[in-house]
Write a protein that binds this ligand. Sequence first.
Ligand code: MG
Length: 159
Amino acid sequence: MNFRIGQGYDVHQLAEGRAFWLGGILVPHTHGAVGHSDADVLIHVICDALLGAANLRNIGYHFSDKDPQWKGVDSKILLEKVLNLIRAKGYEVGNLDTTVVLQEPKLNPHIPAMKTCLATVMNLDEECISIKATTSEHLGFVGRGEGVAAFCVALIYKA
Ligand code: MG
């Protein structure tokens, strides 16, 4: 099989005063995502989609939130490790399509910087990385500003 797909889904709680890492960059906001790592929900779903596509379990399996070595870790490092895992199995990334669900702030102004950052970390053309943002129309935990969710689908291929 030359092509495989994977999907990722993740949620992080938002808390006042936390740095808000998203797509590898710092997004200026009153709140940031809470987690064992830097809580970059967008990178986490990319990792999970890539791992899933290569049938390599999930991000928590490889980088346990019980393991102190991953406390506060920059998720870009986790992404590099995930790429090494899938490349060790002979796969390369085709493309990624992601969606971040967040009530505020508006992410559209930050998307070009996220794409540039992720393309650099992954050594991919920016054309291969789609990042979309939406709100939840004030509904649910995202709508109340309590959390951020993200989705990713990934295509990988035998290089
Ligand atoms: Mg996560």
